[in-house]
Design a binder for this molecule. Sequence first.
Ligand code: ADP
Ligand code: F6P
Length: 319
Amino acid sequence: MKRIGVLTSGGDSPGMNAAVRAVVRTAIYSGMEVAGIYRGYSGLMNGEIVDMTLGSVADIIQRGGTILYTARCEEFKTPDGQKQGLERLKQAGIEGLVVIGGDGSFHGAQALHNLGFPTIGVPGTIDNDIPCCDTTIGFDTAVNTAIDAIDKIRDTATSHERTYVVQVMGRNAGDIALYAGLAGGAESILIPEVPYKIEEVIQKLDRGVSRGKKHSIIVVAEGAGNGMEIGQYLSEHTGFDVRVTVLGHIQRGGPPSSTDRILASQLGSHAVNLLREGISGKMAGTQNGVLSAVDFDTVFTTPRKPDERLYGLSSILSI
Ligand code: ADP
Ligand code: F6P
């Protein structure tokens, strides 16, 4: 393989730039050329393809976002869109592709693989919702951002003796809520994977009050309910002074943590090496800290669960 491409797709995540850097530098180190494809599959279909050099990825390891831009592209879900993308890759002389993104982006990579084009996926999403890998690039940074916000909210919650509902991202996964809630000492953590009753949340708040607790923080994963509605319900059905904070896209930005930079560097490099070995249709990840390559089909069909041990621990510690 003489020339490969790299793109970022779906929601951006801190560390994507470090992964792009690792792809470009490993490929050049190995004697290959690298092309960057702008705006995910949308840019691929439009032929937005530029040559990358060692200098193209200088000074980006510490930057959030993605210098290749990212996009969501409905047209690429169609056979015609995929064929157009394949044509663009061939016209640009690209022989293999690294796709950095989430589960949806991997479906696009799988489609190209099924058309006979070599692809490797690198898990990049703050949601940590991809099975068969330890963590996704960006998750650690997003959790730290959420913890930083929860710590600050706790200061004002304490001063005003209030109850705060903090809604975090994660799409259908509760990992950001679970990790940030556990590390931030939340009184309740609501995640989509574990059904809850709002009455039980209220009972827990009441138990805290009877022990002399003056403030509480409830962390809600966006997939577990609407923070505003939960806050409204608590206001109307309890005597607590309730405020709601929706953290939103702040969780997607900022400099990547050292954990994310190192993970991204490892996985970007690993993805290039897999392509060089003639491997395709797989996700480059780590499992129990060891580099791995897992078939997209396995990734798509393996159910993903939150860490039940951590969830149990969070319940014990927030008794
Ligand atoms: P993420 O990769 O973060 O999960 P999305 O689900 O939005 O984000 O997917 C990103 C992009 O991947 C989509 O906009 C589309 O271009 C492509 N994609 C998603 N699903 C498919 C599919 N089934 N077939 C082909 N391409 C897909
Ligand atoms: O997948 C990352 C993510 O930030 C999710 O946590 C969230 O549900 C979604 O993307 C938000 O998407 P958008 O940036 O299109 O609002």
